[in-house]
Design a protein around this ligand. Structure first.
Ligand code: PBG
Length: 328
């Protein structure tokens, strides 16, 4: 049947009817808030290109996380920015490093909050690459034990999930094996499985002071031209023991989110990255877009594409709107 017997607009007539036939929901229980930890106390340094985001000492970070919990946000993803960087990123895997201390403080203050920790060397290495260097190149196999050590120190501190973002081959297997050997059978792995070499990470690298001093990350992160390759990455990570798989960035890669979701039928996480947030905030501040509505539409589109969960710097803003009965 077609027009005039069928009129698609009939199901769009009222808000109640539209809500009844909506295919996708966005709930606060889907959101993960990223947080940046620094040393010290009482420290809260605004990140200029990410309005509303800060680098915080552990005491302030706990208070920020408490706000998230009060709004119903179930999880945070921690990044550490150490005082001292070196060639092998040792501050990233020290058992008493910034992240283990932040995890312990969060778990003590907010026992029901899920704590996820990014696992990568780039915030901790002087050269800013995600692994150790040999002859100017990132040495994949020499990096694996260091990532595994980092994951174990975070797990020992109480992290619920570790999230390797380095894109070395074999890291999920290496981390799973190390976690199991040390008895952390329940610590999950969120794999940044399809992570692209993206210019959308710009504001994050300012925030984390982690831009590579020389070269770029195209030798280990994925080429934005590719989509079949993302499926292979996901397949390998699942075989190696990933519990959740991630696609990153989100907005320009919703086709990848969809393919991964429908192909593998596993939980998929979309990471809406710093550049997506910066664009949203900048245009909204100029008054060029309605920031709240664009934010909610972005998040809904990620859910519609197939993301079960979304890592977003907008988590607090979105949670506040949802708590106040946000209506599209
Ligand atoms: C670390 C890491 C990065 C991001 C998350 N983990 C930066 C990078 O790969 O250069 C980016 C997050 C964002 O832009 O919001 N490897």
């Amino acid at each position: 049947m077609s027009f005039p017997d069928t009129r698609m607009r009939r199901n769009r007539r009222t808000a109640a009817l539209r809500a009844m036939v909506a295919e996708t929901e966005l709930g606060v229980h889907r959101l993960i808030l990223p947080l940046f930890a620094v040393e010290g106390s009482g420290v809260e340094l605004p990140i200029l290109s990410m309005p509303g985001c800060f680098r915080q000492s552990i005491d302030r970070l706990v208070e920020q996380a408490r706000q998230a919990v009060d709004l119903g946000i179930p999880a945070v993803l921690l990044f550490g920015i150490p005082d001292r960087k070196d060639e092998t990123g040792s501050a990233g895997y020290a058992p008493d490093g910034l992240i283990p201390r932040a995890v312990a403080a969060l778990k003590a203050a907010l026992p029901h909050l899920m704590v996820w920790t990014d696992v990568c060397l780039c915030e901790y290495t002087r050269h800013g690459h995600c692994g150790v260097l040999r002859n100017g190149d990132v040495d994949n196999d020499a990096t694996l034990p260091l990532l595994a050590r980092a994951a174990c120190s975070y797990a020992a501190a109480g992290a619920d999930m570790v999230a390797p973002s380095d894109m070395m081959d074999g890291r999920i297997g290496a981390i799973r094996e190390a976690l199991d050997e040390e008895g952390f059978l329940h610590t999950g792995i969120v794999s940044y499985a399809a992570k692209y070499a993206s210019a959308f990470y710009g504001p994050f690298r300012e925030a984390a002071d982690s831009a590579p001093a020389q070269g770029d990350r195209r030798g280990y992160q994925m080429d934005p031209a590719n989509s079949d390759e993302a499926l292979r990455e996901v397949e390998l990570d699942l075989e190696e023991g990933a519990d959740l798989v991630m696609v990153k960035p989100a907005l320009s890669y919703l086709d990848i989110v969809s393919r991964v979701k429908w192909e593998f039928e596993v939980p998929v996480v979309a990471y809406s990255v710093s550049g997506e947030y910066a664009m949203l905030k900048a245009a909204s501040r100029q008054g060029w877009i309605d920031g709240d509505r664009v934010m909610m539409e972005m998040l809904l589109s990620m859910r519609r594409a197939g993301a079960d969960a979304i890592i977003t710097y907008s988590a607090l803003d979105a949670a506040r709107l949802l708590q106040n009965g946000w209506q599209r």
